[in-house]
Design a protein. Structure first.
Length: 254
């Protein structure tokens, strides 16, 4: 398992010994496999009312859509203007808040019909987005998480994320799960569990057993990205950019 720890360490600039000693590691097993659109460059994902809401990236290919879990069929979809590269999304009281990558612009959509209601602006890049039920939590590719007021969409406070005392950047898609933030680390095969009070990484979740990790496609950008949680039934889902499958997974300590 040391080589797996070293893999994450290389991605974030730590030594293998540092990463191995830092936090518990978890393997994943697949509980169910569902279809996923191979044209979806997944940037944001959440589960609600037995469907998925997904946002995709790339200019001219950025959508926000509602997707049937069982079939992968798109139930509703809206395009984001081609000048924008879509990023993370999160629900808030009947609305969907969405980010874009480098434009410093976000949007507010009606969750009921996916109509665009308004826009807002922020400093820096937009990557992932989730909510703890009180604030929105945003990643921007750095080691800093930003906590936003969901009404004004202004930054209220920030949190530095660390792994074994070292800054952890490339934090991408986010999901709030049982009082923790789960995050994809861009271009790695791992998720991390983040304590929202301290910023400390409390666990590393290894995705190496998933088929798309074992036999990656031809597009180097088709990496793991997309986490969703069904709180009512305690189900955790993951997928990736351009992946043919979405997985319900179970964690097992290594």
């Amino acid at each position: 398992m040391m080589w797996r720890a070293a893999l994450l360490a290389l991605a974030i600039g730590l030594t293998g010994a540092q990463a191995q000693a830092a936090v518990p590691r978890y393997a994943v097993s697949v509980v169910h496999t569902y279809p996923h659109d191979t044209q979806a460059f997944t940037e944001g994902l959440f589960y609600q009312d037995d469907t998925f809401y997904e946002s995709t990236g790339r200019n001219g290919q950025s959508w926000i859509r509602q997707v049937n879990l069982q079939t992968g069929k798109v139930l509703r979809q809206v395009s984001i203007d081609k000048q924008y590269f879509g990023e993370g999304i999160a629900p808030w009281q009947g609305r969907i808040i969405s980010l874009t990558w480098q434009a410093g612009t976000g949007f507010v959509w009606s969750q009921k019909n996916l109509h665009r209601l308004s826009s807002f602006h922020y400093t820096g890049e937009g990557w992932g987005l989730t909510s703890d039920g009180h604030e929105l939590i945003m990643s921007d590719g750095t080691e800093t998480l930003k906590f936003l007021d969901p009404l004004t969409l202004k930054v209220v406070h920030t949190l530095k994320v660390t792994l074994d005392g070292q800054p952890l950047d490339q934090i991408n898609e986010l999901e709030w799960v049982k009082g923790e933030v789960l995050a994809n680390i861009w271009r790695t095969r791992q998720l991390v569990r983040i304590d929202p009070k301290t910023g400390h990484v409390t666990g590393i979740i290894d995705l190496n057993s998933l088929p798309e990790i074992v036999s990656p496609g031809t597009d180097p950008d088709a990496v793991a990205n997309g986490i969703a949680y069904d709180a009512a039934h305690d189900r955790l889902f993951v997928t990736g950019k351009l992946w043919p499958h979405l997985y319900e997974i179970k964690l097992t300590p290594e």
